[in-house]
Design a protein around this ligand. Structure first.
Ligand SMILES: [Zn+2]
Ligand SMILES: [Zn+2]
Length: 281
């Protein structure tokens, strides 16, 4: 089985550990390719994004490490880029001008509170409940639908290389109180999003972070979504969204079994600078 991971953070953002520690861990795990994807800078203050003034240092460090590890492990320069309409996205000029090998496009923010604060959909439950009331007229469906609308908008207008944690919004619903993933409206939103994803050719990640952080009992996205994605021919890659080197391949065996159960026999890997499909083993 070939493992790779293209979604990993570092001390440049809210991750722990130096980039080289992730590479060392990747070597220990027998990986032949690794991508680093710290949170790209945002045009407002956050506790987790990389400060704008560190972006060049970040990229230069990866470029040096690429050379240092040439012939030993393939190292790729990435970023996890937020999508916020008219503000930032994978195809924003501030991202396009950087020498990246790829990016992971993710929706974390879903509109703003009346005071202008950006609402983080995978933040605290308290903030989520407040957003239902203050932004979405007390209607959880409106919130969830808007989240998926933003994912589709990103896929169509600010295309990423990899779609990050497609249904991470379910992290707020592990007790099943807020919405039902089997409800027709939710499935419709998901299917509509998968159709857009399929038409785009973008790779979907299967993200294990919720599992090893014990925040969710499934991958992002869920198995039923993976089954539909397989039918639609959407390519997938298994990522851990590591925020510490020890998380680099967290729950990968489980994710691989899910991907196989969905019907896949290959996953996508960045190999000698090109995306290639390799057997799942
Ligand atoms: Zn993310
Ligand atoms: Zn991430």
């Amino acid at each position: 089985m070939i493992w790779s991971n293209y979604h990993g953070h570092s001390h440049y953002c809210d991750g722990k550990g130096a980039i080289e520690e992730y590479i060392q861990e990747a070597l220990k795990q027998g990986m032949e390719t690794i991508g680093i994807s710290s949170h790209a800078p945002l045009p407002f203050e956050t506790l987790w994004a990389m400060p704008q003034e560190r972006i060049n240092e970040y990229i230069n460090e990866i470029v040096l490490l690429k050379k240092k590890y040439e012939g030993i492990i393939q190292v790729y320069t990435g970023l996890e880029v937020d999508f916020i309409p008219d503000m930032i996205g994978p195809e924003h000029d501030s991202i396009k001008q950087l020498l990246l090998d790829y990016n992971v496009g993710s929706v974390h923010y879903v509109d703003q509170f009346p005071d202008g604060t950006h609402f983080e959909a995978d933040g605290s439950r308290q903030g989520f409940v407040k957003a239902i009331d203050e932004i979405f007229e007390g209607n959880i469906q409106k919130l969830v639908k808007r989240y998926f609308e933003l994912v589709r908008m990103m896929l169509k207008t600010s295309t990423p290389t990899i779609l990050g944690h497609l249904d991470k919004i379910k992290i707020q619903n592990t007790d099943g109180v807020l919405f039902d993933e089997n409800a027709a409206w939710y499935r419709d939103e998901m299917m509509h999003t998968l159709e857009v994803l399929s038409a785009s050719g973008i790779i979907m990640e299967v993200n294990t972070r919720g599992l090893y952080k014990k925040k969710c009992d499934a991958t992002y996205p869920s198995l039923w979504v993976l089954k539909e994605a397989f039918k639609l021919g959407i390519p997938v890659t298994i990522n851990s969204d590591a925020h510490h080197p020890r998380e680099l391949t967290g729950n990968f065996e489980y994710a691989a079994s899910e991907v196989k159960a969905a019907g896949y026999r290959v996953t996508s890997h960045l190999w000698n600078g090109k995306w290639e499909e390799k057997p799942l083993g």
